[in-house]
Write a new protein. Sequence first.
Length: 375
Amino acid sequence: MTRRFAHGITLTAVATALLVLTPVAASSAAPAVSTTLDPAAAGRFAQLALDCVHREYPNKIAHVMASDADALPPRTLTPAFYGCYDWHSSVHGHWLLARLARLFPQAPFAQPARAALARSLTPANIAAEVAYLRGPGRTSFERPYGLAWLLQLAAELRNWDDPQAREWAEILAPLEIESASRIMAWLPKLQYPIRSGEHSQTAFAFGLVADWSQARGDVGMARLLEQRARVYYLADRSCPIAYEPSGEDFLSPCLAEADFMRRVLPAQEYAGWLARFMPGIPRDGRADWLLPGIVTDRSDPKLAHIDGLNLSRAWMLEGMASSLPAGDKRHAALIAAARAHAQAALPAVTGEHYEGGHWLGTFAVYLTSRAGIRN
């Protein structure tokens, strides 16, 4: 059974003492971490984003150049989202700030978060971002991961009952529309889903886009996602989760698909589909059917992905459980595994290494604030 606290958040696990875990698998004997997302814990996560959204270097850009004239610094190429090492991390770093400022409006970090958002989300900056997306050779730029996070940022601003947030949402709208249009044009041509454990994966991105379509009231996108979900995933059986994770995953191909399908299928249909797709989920409430991934070097940007995998697995497992009918015997095992993954990963979200600090805070906030779960 999950517990609800202030701001309507059902909290899973947040570290009060920020420790770096040794590379061993979590077990039921591991010390419990705090289950409260208070302003202090939220403040630690907010600081990770505040430290990077306007930090230009180091920077890893996916930039197609047509001539010498395109050899420009990140702040010129994409003036709203140039920090946090790469474009998508900058986008979801802004989402983190918007979400936490909305949930904790009186916290000490709320005003710095607003100032950072105001600095980035200006009409001139967003116009330049739209122009960059429309440049030659950028048809697939940040598709689908970064575009999906852009829509998630737009949804967060739309859900925030605040005059300044409404102004930011209006400013962001041209880039929001451009991102949504690109996804809508792409999906009918995408013959096969992408089942990787990194940015190219379609299932995770579709989940973010589905949540945006609800916030925006975009019936066309919602219908397209459901139609493509049935084409891509409805006939899937016995997902080979025993083969996961791959060495650089931060998303689970199996769990992300299950977490997306709960958004588009009615509860009873979803319960039956999940029984076919993941028949090995226990009915006895145990957690050891899916062990957290082991992180061996948090200073390595790819190996550090496994911390993100544990965080995203935790929220996906919770999302799956939230959509099962009352009394479903798989619920307890899903929640138990989610807690084990959260406990393994949350203490590692420290910012000690920029390789993880520039993005793991977003994953921690997404998990602990139940961002993708409709209460």
